[in-house]
Design a protein around this ligand. Structure first.
Ligand code: UT7
Length: 307
């Protein structure tokens, strides 16, 4: 059974933080950040929490008929609270029915594509889900750690998804690694509550699994790279995506990137890209888009979307 993304939207907090802003108080430079990651600026929310980003992104979807919606899924690792969930707390404000299934889940940067798999499993044909990837990572960053603070940003992307009768393949993986990318606590104001990452190890992991995942997805669908219009991967580092393009012999132009503007927004990065492409009119009916999320876990999920 397949999935169709009917609508996209995104919400980015207004406050822009540039690489030059970090130069002012950290031993770093625009040159280092740009050349190692491709990131020029990112958004750090000032007076909003993750649920605000989620609500504002879903509100922008402008869903006319809400009676077909059976599921609202929020992928995030930065929820406002341990409970209740964001999805349940915004259900009424969004004018959604009471008999919908409202779930938040955490699969870090893999969350959005993992959410597609959950939609595919849960929905009946013709029924719809709202799937949101949202993270407000700035509240989990040690602002004095140059190794992490320059990499991440805040944002949310929302999609309206409908189940259809086509086949939808997924490639899914997980590999227990508690060390190379972690966040110990939620809203606990001590050092251990900040994100820590062994960037080199995550880089190696990503450049290993992304080409293999692309190869397997093409094989499952019995198509070649020529049948693919775009590749939309989690936006962590342009060097990862350049490497994958070279390795898979897919033109790098097919790898849509916007991490220069938003940094790594974790679960939000893929739906933010899809919404940007959609609003530029790049996505046309019948096109095939490979999409892969990867990150903490370590974990990864990939699929081919038919637009
Ligand atoms: O969303 C989850 C997925 N996350 C990722 O995919 C992240 C993947 N990893 C990466 O993107 C890269 O590994 C980084 C961008 C995080 C780091 O790039 P790198 O080329 O692997 O650099 P490195 O960690 O090996 O650090 C090289 C040097 C070090 O200095 P020494 O030990 O060589 O003296 C770092 O201390 O660069 C230093 N460094 C910095 N220098 C200036 C680290 N951060 C900075 C900084 N500014 N912001």
């Amino acid at each position: 059974m397949g999935l169709k993304i009917l609508k996209t939207s995104s919400y980015l907090p207004r406050n822009v933080v540039t690489n030059n802003d970090f130069e002012k108080y950290l031993d770093t430079s625009d040159e280092w950040i740009s050349s190692r990651t491709g990131i020029k600026e990112r958004r750090f929310a000032v007076d909003e929490d993750t649920s605000d980003l989620v609500y504002k992104s879903v509100d922008k979807l402008n869903i006319e008929d809400k009676s077909k919606i059976d599921l609202i899924l929020v992928a995030t690792f930065t929820s406002d609270k341990a409970m209740p969930t964001i999805s349940s707390s915004i259900q009424k404000r969004l004018g959604l029915m009471e008999d919908i299934f409202a779930i938040d889940f955490n699969m870090a940067c893999t969350g959005f594509v993992a959410g597609l798999k959950l939609c595919e499993k849960y929905l009946d044909t013709g029924r719809q889900a709202i799937l949101i990837g949202a993270d407000l990572i700035s509240k989990t960053l040690d602002k004095n750690d140059r190794g992490t603070v320059v990499l991440f940003g805040d944002g949310a992307g929302a999609t309206l998804i409908e189940k259809n009768n086509k086949q939808q393949y997924f490639e899914i993986g997980t590999r227990s690694n508690d060390e190379c990318l972690k966040l110990n606590g939620r809203n606990i104001k001590n050092e251990s509550s900040f994100i820590s990452m062994n960037g080199k190890e995550v880089f190696r992991f990503a450049t290993e699994v992304l080409p293999v995942t692309i190869e397997k997805l093409l094989k499952e669908k019995n198509i070649t790279i020529d049948d693919i219009d775009y590749v939309v991967c989690h936006q962590a580092n342009y060097r990862i995506l350049n490497y994958v393009a070279k390795k898979t012999k897919i033109q790098v132009e097919k790898f849509y990137m916007n991490l220069d503007k938003y940094g790594n927004t974790s679960a939000a990065s893929i739906p933010i890209v899809l919404d940007e492409m959609n609003s530029k009119g790049l996505l046309k009916q019948g096109q095939r888009i490979i999409t892969i999320g990867f990150g903490a876990g370590l974990s990864w999920v990939g699929t081919i979307l038919e637009w």
